[in-house]
Design a protein. Structure first.
Length: 481
């Protein structure tokens, strides 16, 4: 039985796995090739990391959506003493040299224990050749160094439910002959039981059901589901949030780092701001107070806007997963153009903005609270950050950061209010290395800001912006990507 006394898992924020997570780690160690179907927000990531470490199954390959690569690296290095490498273009031909499973280890940046790659890049890193234009698995020639991976972790594994997709074939090839394979998904069956064919094949478990035909003949029409559930229990487990609720904190905050896809525009905005700061810092206090601060804040807002736009694609992927799992989410943002863009992506979402009258706001709140099919509400932080009851939400997400810590907390508390029976996951989406991350460090690091925001009546957003502005002037070089 593995627990905190037999494996070192320590998080810098003082977290320890919850008891149900230790149970999941032990289940994984016994099953080795399995599906962790825990509900969203139950911590499948830390369970799989701990399982790989406890089984000494590293180097480990982590396959995940692009939006989660940075998060995986940070979780691995926060919870363990292991090193994680996000594969990028410079690693295409030399990634095997970064593992101590290879005699070339140490030639470059030392060894890594976890290698992280997104689904779309599997061919680029691990395939030498397709022998046919539309290949079967047997027509794909893999890089032989994939043998060095002792385990494979497949996050959001419902993405490989189609056995005929190239993505599924590549994942299957990478998992072949691996002793430890972990598929993580809160929704293993999206449409019907046949969705399990590809995951079972990847786990090399399909033969236990008599192959593809044997499985489909018995379960393909959603027949014999009780028997299927019993059969799956040998290598599948799931805990609903309601089951583990007593062990969970009432409100759990996660920072999701995102590699923005607007880097050229972002760096141009940094250059513009840095150039203006040269002029700004050469002026007198009177000149700055009279006119220059306004333009500086416009340029900073431009920087925040470009960073926010660069996160939309990744946030969409995460929101899709939340909605597919049956949960609800509030997305907070400040710019109208962002709300409009998310409304274009999610036409069935309801909105609360500063342009809404009372009747429109009330209709949006009631629909989100009472309609089980309404999974998403798009909110202006300023218009919806106080006074509203949105307790139907399981998740709260921030596309942009406000200028004060208290504004963020008040927005979180639209879902986390008296009378709520479940916990709330709060997702702060950050552009990695951008102004987002730096603004958060400032608003968290200066406790007096939060204290004044909750008490002093004369503490305004302007004053918070002044503090941020002065910090950015000193550290503008840190904003360039």
């Amino acid at each position: 039985m593995i627990d905190k006394n037999t494996i070192q898992l320590s998080h810098p924020d003082g977290y320890q796995p919850f008891p149900y997570q230790w149970t999941g780690i032990n289940k994984g160690m016994n099953m080795k090739r399995f599906i962790n179907g825990d509900d969203m927000g139950c911590g499948k990531t830390v369970q799989s990391i701990a399982t790989a470490v406890a089984l000494n199954a590293t180097p480990s390959l982590v396959i995940c959506p692009a939006s989660l690569k940075i998060n995986w690296k940070e979780e691995i290095e926060a919870w363990t003493d292991k090193k994680a490498l996000i594969l990028n273009n410079k690693h295409v031909h030399i990634w095997p040299a970064y593992s101590d499973a290879n005699i070339m280890a140490g030639m470059f940046a030392g060894k890594f224990d976890f290698f992280i790659v997104n689904y779309e890049s599997l061919k680029k890193f691990f395939v030498w050749e397709y022998l046919k234009k539309k290949p079967r698995l047997s027509d794909i020639v893999f890089n032989p160094y994939i043998r060095q991976f002792k385990s494979v972790i497949v996050d959001e594994a419902h993405k490989v439910k189609d056995p005929d997709s190239q993505q599924s074939k590549l994942v299957k090839g990478l998992c072949t002959s691996k002793e430890v394979i972990m598929l993580l998904t809160g929704t293993p069956v999206v449409n019907n039981a046949s969705d399990l064919v590809a995951p079972l094949s990847i786990l090399d478990r399909l033969k236990e059901f008599g192959g593809v035909n044997g499985f489909l003949n018995k379960f393909g029409a959603n027949d014999n589901l009780d028997e299927l559930q019993a059969e799956l229990s040998r290598f599948y487990f799931r805990r609903d949030k309601k089951e583990v609720l007593p062990e969970l904190p009432d409100k759990f905050r996660s920072f999701i780092r995102i590699d923005i896809d607007t880097k050229p525009e972002y760096n141009k905005a940094v250059d513009d701001l840095e150039e203006y700061f040269r002029e700004y810092t050469s002026k007198t206090e009177f000149e700055i107070a009279k006119s220059m601060r306004g333009k500086a804040m416009v340029l900073i807002q431009t920087l925040k806007r470009v960073a926010a736009v660069g996160k939309i694609k990744a946030i969409r992927e995460i929101v899709d997963n939340i909605i597919d799992s049956g949960q609800k989410i509030i997305l907070f943002m400040e710019l109208k153009e962002l709300i409009s863009e998310f409304k274009r992506i999610y036409p069935n979402a309801v909105t609360i903005t500063g342009d809404d009258n009372y009747q429109m706001r009330d209709a949006s709140v009631k629909k989100f609270q009472n309609d089980p099919d309404c999974k998403l509400i798009l909110c202006s932080t300023k218009a919806a950050g106080v006074g509203l009851n949105l307790t139907a939400a399981d998740n709260v997400g921030f596309v942009e950061y406000s200028w004060t810590y208290m504004a963020m907390v008040q927005a979180e508390d639209r879902a986390y209010r008296n009378g709520r029976k479940d916990n709330v996951n709060c997702l702060w989406f950050e552009g990695a290395g951008t102004i987002d991350q730096y603004v958060r460090q400032i608003i968290f690091g200066k406790k007096d800001i939060a204290e004044k925001a909750t008490g002093a009546v004369d503490y305004t957003i302007d004053k918070a912006q002044d503090e941020v502005l002065h910090e950015l002037i000193k550290n503008i070089h840190k904003l360039k990507l």
